[in-house]
Design a protein around this ligand. Structure first.
Ligand code: FSO
Ligand code: SF4
Length: 549
């Protein structure tokens, strides 16, 4: 078998990609990503000991976080990036080891191979990579739980990285990520131990999302209810996608007064809700839909596109020269904007220059969509929402957060939203919203029936909203609320969101369009029995089930 990857919802045949990723990831890239994860596990083994000995190192913590983030689905397809990261990882591992040995007399006998292996040439990397992939864990249930944990910390790493960029860090998150990575090399960890660790991962997932929420709202203000333009203007534009708000901030500052407009795409849409960005007149709105439609939409946009995080789809030749990556994103032959140095902003002048020579975007839609229903907005609306529930105007809330994807089965979510009774409200976050945020679903006493809290990480906001409602209704348990969870997932950030919800005690979450390929039958059974997790069936059946009919 050339490769094996089953980390996302689009895993081939619902079991795993073995020849080439459905996402476009090649065999070589998949293997190098496996090797990078293995390298990070090795660093973590020493990292834990170094932290215990009081000689922890932020460079190590941050390297692990960035490395994890770069292996998330649709983030980076560039082999040279992974080769460099593995090389650097081995050097970092060695420096932590040396420090431990010299300061504490640490003995490395009996350590896992992840902490000891060495290689120098790319050929050696490729040979090693074949031994260390997902399938190197023979027991199906242990493999499933180890990968659940790894995908959980990958998602967490993405949020930790976004917070870090804004100057917010929390040592306990770094410590947990390393503990989890090292645990996946420990054959003494039983299935029960790994389940317990996955729940602990949920706790840190909540902390990571809370940290990012604090970072975002302290830096850019609280999201406000906003009508976002989805049409186009007549200037050339730059389209910004991904989740990194700092990149957008710097680009907006650098494009001011240049005659170039800035539009958001995909998961960057919620940036339109922040006061700090709304002040820019050339911030023109949102163009297009969820990530998987980028092949057509980037083509029609006519100007340069900046990918700040996943989800990048291998670019078509027709627009590849207009794509720029930055941060952990990469693709061979696509221009990359380097990281910040010495606290100075990134230099986007090449992107801006490029935009000036381009045609304005071709109009694909017209009108506006509304969003900005993060926890602070919801707090302001609490009285009217509680009143509407008490009077029976709102019967039930549907949390339909998560991700979108290209599978045909996902049309379910549009139909589900359309067929929901008129006295229900959808709470959403993440790119899943594009399945229903342009339907005219109306409002209930002025409260829109689709309330968008923001990006996938803003699922945290939805949790705060649910906890607030619980308090307002004087309930003991969040599961007593008239709230149902019909969540769509795609990649590993959804895994940390799910673990966070489980940690918070949320039961009966339905996950679709298919359950993760990495959950073995026994692990699925544990999730069904303990948390009532379920898949989806047909719109009618599920609707009846959720409405208790
Ligand atoms: Fe979507 Fe992609 Fe935000 Fe993900 S754009 S799929 S869960 O990266 O992170 O919701
Ligand atoms: Fe397949 Fe998803 Fe892995 Fe890509 S990330 S190789 S689509 S399982």
């Amino acid at each position: 078998m050339g490769m094996f990857c089953f980390q996302c919802q689009e895993a081939a045949k619902g079991t795993g990609c073995t020849v080439r990723g459905v996402c476009g990831k090649t065999e070589d890239t998949a293997r190098l990503q496996d090797l990078l994860i293995y390298t990070l596990k090795g660093i973590s083994i020493y990292g834990i000991k170094a932290r215990e000995a009081g000689i922890g190192d932020r460079r190590v913590d941050r390297f692990i976080v960035e490395g994890l983030f770069s292996t998330i689905t649709n983030a980076n397809f560039d082999n040279s990036v992974f080769v460099e990261r593995v090389k650097e990882g081995l050097q970092i591992r060695e420096s932590v080891r040396e420090r431990l040995v010299s300061k504490t007399g640490f003995e490395e006998e009996g350590l896992h191979d992840a902490a000891l292996w060495k290689a120098e040439t790319i050929e050696e990397f490729h040979r090693k990579a074949v031994e260390v992939g997902v399938l190197s864990t023979g027991n199906e249930d242990i493999r499933s739980l180890r990968e659940l944990l790894i995908y959980g910390v990958k998602g967490m790493a993405a949020y930790v990285e976004h917070a870090l960029v804004l100057g917010y860090e929390d040592d306990s998150l770094y410590a947990f990520i390393q503990k989890a990575l090292a645990a996946t090399t420990d054959d003494a960890m039983t299935a029960d131990d790994l389940v317990a660790l996955a729940m602990e991962c949920g706790k840190y997932g909540v902390d990571a999302m809370a940290l990012l929420d604090k970072a975002n709202t302290s830096t850019y203000g609280h999201p406000e209810i906003t009508q976002v333009n989805i049409g186009v203007r007549s200037n050339p534009g730059i389209l910004v996608s991904g989740h990194d708000l700092k990149d957008l901030e710097e680009l907006l500052a650098q494009t001011e007064g240049t005659g170039v407009d800035v539009y958001t795409h995909g998961e960057m849409l919620p940036a339109n809700y922040y006061p700090a960005f709304k002040k820019y007149n050339h911030f023109a709105g949102n163009y297009g839909n969820a990530w998987w439609k980028q092949d057509k939409e980037f083509e029609a946009f006519n100007g340069p596109v900046l990918m700040t995080t996943n989800c990048l789809v291998p670019p078509k030749a027709s627009y590849k020269d207009r794509v720029y990556t930055t941060g952990v994103v990469g693709f061979e032959g696509v221009k990359h904007i380097p990281a910040r140095e010495d606290g100075k902003p990134k230099d986007f002048s090449a992107v801006i220059q490029h935009a000036k020579s381009c045609q304005p975007p071709t109009e694909i839609e017209k009108g506006t969509i509304v969003g900005g229903f993060a926890h602070n907005t919801m707090l302001g609306l609490a009285d009217s929402v509680v009143d509407a529930v008490k009077k029976g105007a709102i019967k039930r809330f549907f949390v339909m957060a998560g991700c979108d994807g290209r599978s045909k089965q996902r049309e379910y979510y549009t139909e589900f939203a359309q067929k929901l009774p008129k006295d229900t409200v959808i709470l959403t976050a993440g790119c899943a919203k594009y399945r229903y945020n342009k339907l005219d679903l109306g409002d209930i006493n002025g409260i829109p029936r689709v309330l968008d809290a923001g990006q996938c990480n803003d699922s945290y906001s939805l949790v705060l909203t649910a906890l607030k409602l619980k308090e307002a209704f004087g309930l003991e348990d969040v599961n007593e609320l008239p709230v149902s969870y019909n969540i769509a997932w795609y990649e590993q950030k959804a895994v940390i969101v799910l673990l966070a919800l489980l940690y918070l005690g949320v039961k009966n979450i339905h996950l679709g369009p298919t359950l993760p390929a990495f959950l073995s039958p026994n692990v699925t059974k544990v999730l069904v029995e303990n948390f009532g997790i379920g898949g989806i069936t047909s719109v009618e059946e599920d609707m009846n089930m959720f409405m208790g009919e």
